[in-house]
Write a protein that binds this ligand. Structure first.
Ligand code: FMN
Length: 345
């Protein structure tokens, strides 16, 4: 027992270190193939799953939603839900499946999610969130964390956010990611809710001053590693990046290890493509489609010569019947003419 406890603690410190930079949970985007790719670009950055709902796991038995590769670590499972016991069961399943952290979604504004009373609407129910955190902590050894907004609708974030943080901290949450804008639950689509409510980075920085023992990551609208570094230099513990990490994975992740963690080398996107090939082979051999993986690779050369040719060759070639690794090599020849020859030799 003592052995397993000390192992859990060591893992926690590694995950906390990784949380200096994270790739945001994004439905339909940060699936296991995307995370495998991101891991090749950065050995250190903390990765998040898409949101998996507790009812899907517990009532629906959809355990395949927990599938992931060992290479993805450190990787956090994001759960959606609002029933403490159900979330506890889902968290236990997640920890058993090997996730390094269980995160509760208190930031997603979509209608479907609102009707199930979870996501951003939970900003109105700090007590319930605290109960959920406590119930999950009871059953897992890994960290239970929260991703939230600064408030919803007509709430005053200056009042609501400290109260919310106070409650979840009292329930044992040690790490939180704050998307630095409100969610407006009526009238805006989920997409608009990621752009239209104004960002308030200052408030998140003030929360760090008020809750120095809480590990606080900031999220929302951060598009470069240099911007991330500014937030870290100003005292925040972590930065979470979503859309930019997905669309320009090389810009955000290839330099993350040396720049944010002071370790490793800058990853080379051509080498990353080569390292994806065996993974792609295994996926195809198991009956999967090429496009399921390569759709996450389209942005690898964003902003570099040949990027357009890479994108087009990959997106058009990968959806064809029986498309295989040759499509990837052909696309690569548009950005790195020597790489294909190197592969053949
Ligand atoms: C396609 C997409 C899906 C998303 N799905 C989730 C989700 O499942 N859970 C969650 O907490 N946030 C979700 N988000 C929000 C992101 O995690 C993040 O908070 C938001 O995009 C702001 O960060 P960014 O400006 O760096 O993209 C999603 C965002 C996008 C673009």
């Amino acid at each position: 027992m003592a052995g397993s406890q000390s192992r859990a603690l060591a893992d926690r410190s590694e995950v906390t270190r990784a949380a200096r930079l994270s790739v945001a949970p994004m439905m339909d985007w940060t699936d296991r193939h995307c995370r495998y790719l991101h891991r090749l670009l950065s050995a250190e950055t903390l990765l998040y799953t898409e949101m998996v709902t507790a009812p899907a796991l517990v009532r629906g038995g959809a355990l395949h939603l927990l599938d992931h590769s060992p290479e993805e670590h450190p990787v956090a499972l994001q759960l959606g839900g609002s029933d403490p016991q159900e979330l506890a069961q889902a968290a236990a399943l997640g920890a058993e499946a090997g996730y390094d952290e269980i995160n509760l979604n208190c930031g997603c504004p979509s209608d479907r999610v609102q009707s199930g009373t979870f996501g951003a609407v939970l900003m109105k129910e700090a007590g319930r969130v605290a109960d959920c955190v406590a119930a999950m902590r009871e059953v897992v050894d890994v960290d239970v964390t929260v991703k939230c907004r600064i408030g919803v609708d007509d709430q005053n974030p200056e009042d609501v956010l400290p109260e919310f943080l106070d409650r979840i901290r009292a329930a044992g949450c040690r790490r939180v990611t704050i998307h630095a804008r409100k969610a407006w639950l009526q009238g805006l689509s989920p997409k608009e809710n990621r752009d239209i409510p104004p960002l308030d980075y200052d408030l998140v920085h003030r929360m760090k001053a008020d809750f120095p023992d809480l590990h606080i990551s900031i999220n929302g609208g951060i598009t470069t590693l240099a911007e991330a570094q500014v937030h870290l230099d100003a005292g925040l513990d972590g930065v979470m990046i979503g859309r930019s990490a997905y669309h320009q994975p090389t810009d955000i992740l290839a330099e993350a290890d040396p720049m944010i963690y002071g370790s490793g080398q800058r990853a080379d996107p051509v080498e990353v493509v080569m390292k994806m090939l065996p993974y792609i082979d295994r996926h195809l051999a198991g009956g999967g489609r090429l496009h399921q993986i390569t759709r996450h690779m389209l942005g690898l050369f964003a902003g570099r010569p040949g990027a357009r040719g890479w994108r087009r060759a990959l997106s058009e070639g990968a959806v064809k019947d029986h498309a295989g690794p040759d499509v990837v090599l052909d696309a690569l020849s548009r950005v790195a003419p020597d790489a294909e020859a190197a592969q053949v030799v």
